[in-house]
Ligand binder design. Structure first.
Ligand SMILES: *Cc1c(COP(=O)(O)O)cnc(C)c1O
Length: 437
């Protein structure tokens, strides 16, 4: 599809990529979104089913998490959703003047997990709980799911294990939801995972196993540990359709939120979405969901650290590759994005749907983190700032910079985590950004 090439245009890109310089890689897709979507193994019906599952869980979730009573989408209590905000000072935050509308999809405020992982991770745990509930005769198909949050159900779930490998946030999401339902939860953390995330999980009774290796090592260890176990489910971040579909529901939710504030997305009013990317599941699922809703009128760009451009190198290659193959080290302060190799499943689903990838240096993230506090009063983690570098990268790209001057365009920056950061951790990041403003 996008062969790793000796292709002229990619030569400079490859040199920059290998030397750790930020790059912008636009992908001009040859097929329409509709054409691509019809040939994928999942369909619009699957998106609706996933959305309905979360709807069916809403009452049960308000029992487990009373904070879900008062939700942004008032009509939808019990939904785990984030607000759609206006980026009031785009130039102060991104360093670039933008003519169109600028919005923030504030997933750093997602309840329960405090990151974008609340979408896919929690969805998959709920799907597993339903499966067990049906197998054990607690519920029937499409039954009242409040039956799964009773002391009785909890006692039964205590015989089941849920495992996951993570750089931190997925572990938080899976661990906190599993523990709330009563499952035994085991989280395998990579070396990147922050101490506070492990501590928080342990406080909730989750077993945390620490690994000295990278993200893929933690995932593999978690997978092996649970492989032969009965009564166990492994949330496979590298290869899970449930995770993907959970993320994708964001497409429907965003459509509704844009409608509410009167923002039109059509041929003359393009929507550009900037998504921080690790293994690809979250940005990939959201891209697929958005393409289902807006087709070719939405343009999705993935942002990755210069040390970990896993999705970008996959897009450049004919077969699975890791950033290590390009001499990169996968060491970054953006711990949520510290992934060396993209999910092959996600690549197959969205490789022909995304509009481009770009990379960001660690030292570019902190000034944005600080500016988001100073100008927008938002507390995000370093990974969640990567989307805001898009205007800079677009500006440097000859063919794409015109989009920044288009008054009809809407630019949407996805903030993916940070509201759970302990204040001492956050202050360090903030100060680091302050000194490099
Ligand atoms: C996990 C994560 C992402 C990216 O999601 P992937 O599914 O790994 O691509 C982005 N931002 C934050 C804060 C994350 O935790």
């Amino acid at each position: 599809m996008h062969p790793i090439s000796t292709h002229e245009s990619n030569a400079k890109l490859l040199t920059d990529l290998k030397s750790g310089n930020p790059v912008f890689y636009p992908i001009s897709q040859t097929k329409s979104a509709k054409e691509v979507l019809t040939h994928l193994p999942i369909s619009h019906a699957d998106l609706i089913t996933a959305s309905q599952r979360l709807q069916r869980w809403s009452e049960a979730l308000t029992i487990l998490f009373p904070q879900l009573q008062a939700n942004q989408l008032q009509s939808n209590k019990g939904l785990i959703e984030s607000p759609l905000l206006t980026l009031n000072n785009p130039e102060s935050v991104t360093g670039v003047a933008i003519q169109g509308k600028t919005l923030i999809k504030a997933d750093h405020l997602l309840p329960i997990a405090g990151s974008i992982k609340a979408r896919g991770g929690i969805y998959e745990v709920l799907a597993f709980a339903e499966k067990v509930g049906i197998e054990q005769g607690l519920i029937t198909e499409n039954d009242d799911l409040t039956k799964l949050v009773t002391p009785n159900a909890k006692a039964l779930f205590a015989n089941y294990r849920v495992g996951v490998g993570s750089t931190g946030n997925l572990g938080l999401s899976i661990g906190l939801m599993s523990a709330a339902l009563g499952f035994q939860a085991i989280v395998h953390m990579s070396a990147d995972a922050k101490a506070w995330k492990k501590a928080l999980l342990r406080q909730h009774g989750v077993t945390v196993i620490e690994h000295t290796g990278d993200y893929a090592t933690a995932v593999e260890a978690g997978r092996q540990a649970i492989l032969d176990e009965k009564n166990a489910h492994f949330v496979d971040d590298e290869n899970s359709l449930d995770l993907f579909l959970g993320y994708a529901v964001a497409g429907l939710r965003l459509q509704q939120q844009l409608q509410t504030i009167g923002i039109v997305v059509d041929k003359d009013h393009p929507l550009l979405v900037y998504l921080p990317c690790g293994v690809g599941g979250a940005p990939g699922g959201i891209t697929w969901g958005l393409k289902q809703v807006f087709g070719d009128n939405v343009h999705c760009f993935f942002a990755e650290p210069t040390a970990s451009p896993a999705f970008l190198v996959r897009c450049l290659s004919d077969s699975p590759v890791s950033v290590y193959d390009f001499g990169l080290i996968n060491q970054t302060e953006a711990d949520g994005l510290a992934v060396a190799q993209a999910s092959e499943l996600v690549y197959e689903l969205v490789g022909e749907l995304i509009d481009g990838c770009y990379t960001v240096q660690d030292n570019e993230l902190f000034p944005i983190l600080t500016a988001l506090k100073d100008f927008e009063n938002l507390q995000v983690e370093p990974s969640a700032t990567a989307g805001f570098l898009a205007p800079k990268r677009l500006q440097a790209s000859l063919q794409d910079k015109g989009i920044l001057d288009n008054p009809n365009a809407t630019h949407l920056f996805w903030t993916t985590g940070g509201s759970f950061l302990p204040i001492t951790e956050y202050k360090e990041f903030y100060q680091r950004g302050e000194s490099t403003y």
